[in-house]
Write a protein that binds this ligand. Structure first.
Ligand code: SAH
Length: 395
């Protein structure tokens, strides 16, 4: 059996505050994390560090150090000449979001509170027997305001950059001691874009970050091990399939527009029929790569036998190769819902199952540290305009 808890990590459930001497925001050197190889090559030439002919090769070497070896210090890059290493360190950095706090659940789930550019966001690692999944955030806060979601009670602050999205993976790899990236026996095997935010409302940064995560010469995660979850931004779903090509999960949560309008307000823009049609058209949706419908079980709201039967009818009518993930509602302070009783969830699952639709119930993980689905929230608020303007002219 693999042991997921690494000895170097704290095992207490109390938050561990990691002290940092200076904020990384003070560092004005350009971050190489999040840039494509071509962009790195261009930056090396622009900085006058290498002639154009050499640049693609140097960019590849840097790529290997950053994403296959996890280097954060140019001095470690022993296959580069010393003066080049020094030049690199003057112009560039290999950034990580600052780790503000680490919490470990009694079930082994870990939650990192990260800070970058003055705002805070969360990332969660969920170890399981046969895999380890990192739940990655795409935005600080969220614009969707789903009624059952804790992140929805927080104001939208901003999109994360590709570097910050990627930075969550790098921080987790650092903490798990997973450098150099091994092809086998990894702890971090899967990524779900199910943290704070709506990934399709930050399309370019999510795409750029996932392309780097999937790059065979770096982190090398297979697209089959990455799942993007959307509440249903219909016009961008096809593009997600074409340009990112990962598995799709859809936060459905209700089968009637009146109910979905009330709990997932995005439904007022794109209703259930439009959403199901977009799922049916999702590139690559076939039996081997089914679409996952997430369905949070809210007592008395969406959990009746009739709801289950309507869900079967919808999936059949639109001929969607699908499975359903039933998520017991995770409570948070002041939440206006209760989780459906176990028997209700079991009965709902049975109706789906009897119709040939797989409907596993997602075991809540990390509830004690508010790390479970829909419990993420950070204290970041939208900064005053003057502060935003002060920060704007970075490049
Ligand atoms: N915005 C995207 C990504 C977030 S994924 C999306 O909506 O899909 C987070 C998942 O957890 C979504 O399926 C969301 O609906 C679900 N969720 C939110 N709050 C929850 C709660 N309190 N209990 C259980 N699941 C919840």
């Amino acid at each position: 059996m693999r042991v997921h808890a690494s000895a170097a990590l704290p095992l207490a459930t109390d938050p561990v505050v990691v002290p940092r001497p200076s904020a990384p925001g003070d560092d004005t050197r350009a971050d190489l994390v999040g840039q494509s190889r071509a962009q790195i090559a261009e930056a090396l030439v622009a900085a006058g560090l290498v002639p154009p002919r050499q640049a693609p090769m140097r960019a590849r070497q840097l790529w290997h150090w950053i994403y296959a070896r996890g280097a954060t210090d140019f001095a470690a890059m022993t296959d580069l000449a010393k003066d080049l290493r020094e030049g690199l360190a003057r112009h560039f950095r290999i950034g990580r979001p600052q780790v503000v706090q680490v919490q470990v659940s009694v079930d082994g789930t870990r939650k990192w509170l990260l800070r970058s550019g003055g705002e805070e966001f969360e990332t969660v690692f969920i170890p399981e027997a046969d895999r380890g999944t990192l739940c990655v955030s795409s935005q600080v806060g969220c614009t969707l305001n789903c009624r059952f979601c804790h992140t929805g009670t927080m104001r939208f602050v901003r999109n994360l950059t590709a570097a910050e999205i990627l930075g969550q993976v790098l921080v987790a790899r650092d903490a798990l001691g997973e450098w150099p990236a091994r092809p086998e026996g990894r702890l971090l095997t899967n990524i779900v874009l199910m943290g704070m935010g709506e990934p399709l409302y930050n399309f370019d940064a999510v795409r750029d970050a996932m392309r780097i995560v999937m790059d065979a010469e770096g982190l090398a995660l297979s697209r089959r091990r990455i799942t993007l979850s959307t509440a249903g931004v219909v016009p961008l779903m096809a593009r997600a399939g074409e340009e990112i090509g990962v598995n799709l999960a859809v936060s459905l949560h209700a089968v009637r527009d009146e109910v979905r309008d009330a709990i997932v307000p995005l439904n007022r823009k794109w209703n259930i029929a439009q959403l199901m049609a977009a799922c049916a058209a999702y590139p690559g949706a076939r039996n081997a790569r089914r679409i996952t419908f997430e369905y949070v079980m809210l007592e008395g709201v969406n959990d009746s036998d009739a709801d289950a039967r309507e869900l079967v009818r919808l999936i059949r009518r639109y001929r969607i190769p699908a499975k359903v993930n039933l998520i017991p509602f995770n409570p948070w302070p002041g939440a206006p819902f209760r989780c459906s009783p176990d028997e209700r969830i079991a009965r709902f699952a049975e109706i789906l199952f009897a119709s040939g639709i797989a409907a596993p119930v997602r075991t809540p993980r990390g509830r004690d540290i508010l790390a479970a689905c829909g419990q993420l929230k950070s204290a970041s608020e939208r900064p005053p305009r003057a502060e935003l303007e002060r920060r704007a002219p970075v490049n």
